[in-house]
Design a protein around this ligand. Structure first.
Ligand code: DP6
Length: 351
């Protein structure tokens, strides 16, 4: 039996300007454009392999070693679109094998906790769609393929690109202009680093999909956010990325995380994604920036309590001195600090 296979990895992306709200729930069309940073493939990623053969009897999916239903509407929409594009290719070149008619076997694995606010659905659908696009040898551009990943999970469209990515909301009813584009490659601003503080790896109570529907339906603050706050912030953040202006990037990132969680609190009944530890991390980042008299760290929280911190490589020691102090010692690390001792410590490393 001849089996055709393809494998890809897709990294997690963490939004710095959040997607929160759909104007079309079937097509996953957002109420606002968003921006994210794609993390390195070496850190948080999904590895997906897709295989197809005429002998396969049904479409099957294994997630993290367990069989998983493929009958959900989102996955079906992605498979339908991908098969359609392959069919178009086969009708143009009749010598191609008819992969579009065969069933698929898909195996997918995350190297991080699923559904803990670490954007697992983003990497998951991005990897699923790219693996099949690769298997089918589709000629479409990455942005065009991102429209399909978007139907799986909105934020997934951004994980098709590395670096700094915008998801342009578009205006068309069929969603053909709602796709991801790269603002800058990671090599354009390679000093940027991210650190995930896993506050909890328990599955969240309110899924992003349910949460954003509740916010759209009940929050007054949300209207202000999408009409006035986000459009301005989108331009400021894009400029900050292109100009590598960390202070501006960090300020907009932190303010947008706060604005998003404020609309969650303004939903009725309110949604709480952050817990007390998350709130301590927020105050603590502001204290660190104040302590150094410059912005060295930005926090952001998705639909869960875990923090993602963005910082520049040159400030890693300044930041980690605080992290080790607050979160206890790590293997190989035997120093404990008081805030008063930090200045001397940093000078020692800077000299
Ligand atoms: C808070 O993309 O998971 O992480 O489109 O319903 O699958 P669906 O939602 P999803 O929502 C992500 C929400 C967020 C913000 C973001 O990533 O932009």
């Amino acid at each position: 039996m001849t089996i055709y296979t393809a494998s890809v990895t897709a990294p997690v992306n963490i939004a710095t300007l959040k997607y929160w709200g759909k104007r079309d729930t079937k097509l996953n069309l957002p109420t606002n454009s968003s921006i994210s940073v794609t993390l390195s493939q070496d850190d948080l990623r999904t590895l997906t392999s897709a295989a197809t053969a005429p002998e396969f009897e049904r479409d099957t999916l294994w997630l993290n070693g367990e069989p998983h239903s493929i009958d959900n509407e989102r996955t079906q929409n992605c498979l339908r679109d991908l098969r359609q594009l392959r069919k178009e290719l086969e009708s143009k070149d009749t010598s191609l094998p008819t992969l579009s008619q065969w069933k698929l076997h898909i195996v997918s694995e995350n190297n991080f906790p699923t559904a803990a606010g670490l954007a697992s659905s983003a990497a998951g659908f991005a990897a699923l769609v790219s693996a099949i696009a690769k298997l089918y040898q589709l000629p479409q551009s990455t942005s065009e393929i991102s429209r399909i990943a978007r139907k799986g999970s909105g934020s997934a469209c951004r994980s098709l690109f590395g670096g700094y990515v915008a998801w342009e909301m578009g205006t068309a009813e069929d969603g053909h202009d709602s796709m991801a584009v790269q603002i800058a490659d990671s090599s354009d601003w390679p000093q940027m680093k991210a650190c995930v503080l896993v506050v909890s790896d328990i599955k969240k109570d309110v899924s992003s999909t349910q949460g954003m529907q509740l916010t759209v339906a009940t929050s007054e603050l949300f209207k202000e956010r999408i009409e006035h706050v986000v459009p301005k912030r989108f331009e400021v953040m894009r400029k900050a990325i292109v100009e590598k202006d960390f202070a501006s990037f960090a300020k907009e990132t932190m303010m947008d995380s706060n604005s998003f969680h404020a609309t969650c609190l303004d939903s009725f009944p309110p949604i709480f994604y952050m817990n007390d530890t998350s709130k301590h991390i927020i105050s603590w980042c502001h204290s660190i920036n104040q302590f150094y008299g410059e912005t060295i760290v930005a926090y952001t929280f998705d639909a869960g309590p875990n923090a993602v911190l963005y910082y520049l490589a040159e400030n890693e020691l300044k930041l980690f001195a605080f992290i080790y102090k607050l979160f206890g010692s790590v293997p190989g690390w035997d120093k404990k600090f008081t805030v008063g001792q930090l200045e001397a410590f940093n000078q020692q490393f800077e000299s």
